[in-house]
Design a protein around this ligand. Sequence first.
Ligand code: GDP
Length: 444
Amino acid sequence: MAFEGLSERLQNVMNKIRGKGKVTEDDVKEMMREVRLALLEADVNFKVVKDFVKRVSERAVGQEVLKSLTPGQQVIKVVKEELTELMGGEQSKIAVASRPPTVIMMVGLQGAGKTTTTGKLANLLRKRYNRKSLLVAADIYRPAAIKQLETLGKQLNMPVFSLGDQVSPVEIAKQALEKAKQEHYDYVLIDTAGRLHIDEALMDELKQMKEVAKPDEIFLVVDAMTGQDAVNVAQSFHEQLGITGVILTKLDGDTRGGAALSIRAVTNTPIKFVGMGEKLDALEPFHPERMASRILGMGDVLTLIEKAQAAVDEEKAKELEQKMRTATFTLDDFLEQLGQVRKLGPLDEILKMLPGANKIKGLNNIQIDEKQISRVEAIIRSMTKEEKTYPEIINGSRKKRIAKGSGTSVQEVNRLLKQFDEMKKMMKMMTNIPKGKKKGFKFP
Ligand code: GDP
């Protein structure tokens, strides 16, 4: 996961100061020395580090901290606020043209993730905002790019506008815009040509396209794994083309995070989205405050809730809640719930979004065994409908049959039944239904 080293180091520094009832100037100096090192090691631009340290130091030895009742906590608050500010402060939203379609040019170097991100963005616009996008294949130089976008379009069940690789990108953009206007698309996402390096020919072509397409946004897609290089690329593109936002990809990898922390400060353009994986739903709007919170180990509950809302079917969730309340929750429901949780993404990533998760020793090294969950699912699937509803009828021979059917052991079946039983007892305790009303309910 990105930021791991930085996050750990900053948290160690914060832990030292957290409980302090009195914070002296020397304490702040000592702390800032460590913060500075941590940021430099995370590959944050040195000038950015210098400014950051200066700002935090000034505030931390100022009145707002010294006069407060919990100076240690107050210093941490300052660090979090400044970290948020460094990454852009407020969340920067995607533009909406006053007259549709909103035109977005996707630019970037080859391999940064531009084509994939074009697909992801269209997917996000549809899922979150119910917006219809036309994908435009204007990268005519990389042989596979058009095909790649067309494949993404098929996966997403979205149209891709292409005129092959013999028509100029500017012409492609022109015709795509016509089509989008006529057919009332909300967004036009143009996948432009990438090169291995920034060169004049590329910039000229992009400038021409900008003239013609008059984009509402020019998003630069950069690879977070390339650290300071990403910052340099962003700066050059910005100077020559004038970008309106950055999409940072591969933040799921173990990047040290320097790019995310420097880009805004160096280029003065906001990071709008971050890529968190190869799948088409792995693009998230970038929230500076939430990211600061994650880095400082304070969790990111809001993103977790949003993920849950996107993944979980609300009707089903209500139904499950009702079942839990009335204690009519069966193993079938449990199976359903496991499926929903899985949709949220890899469980170890999810756990890390919880506040205080960093305090659980070794969480970073925990490999949640997704196979274990598959085994539980297999056990439940091997039961009959009756067994799933009334697990108490599962006797020795039934257990043997279930274990055999699911490729597990009788011990594992026993363990699951015991856990389920305990879960139900807990639900009953929590539901607290008035006695008289319990009658009509079924307790399997
Ligand atoms: P382009 O040359 O800029 O169009 O790059 P592509 O879209 O072809 O992407 C290059 C590679 O990066 C592909 O293998 C993508 O699957 C991968 N990729 C893109 N975004 C992400 C991301 O956020 N996380 C990870 N892990 N891989 C990504």
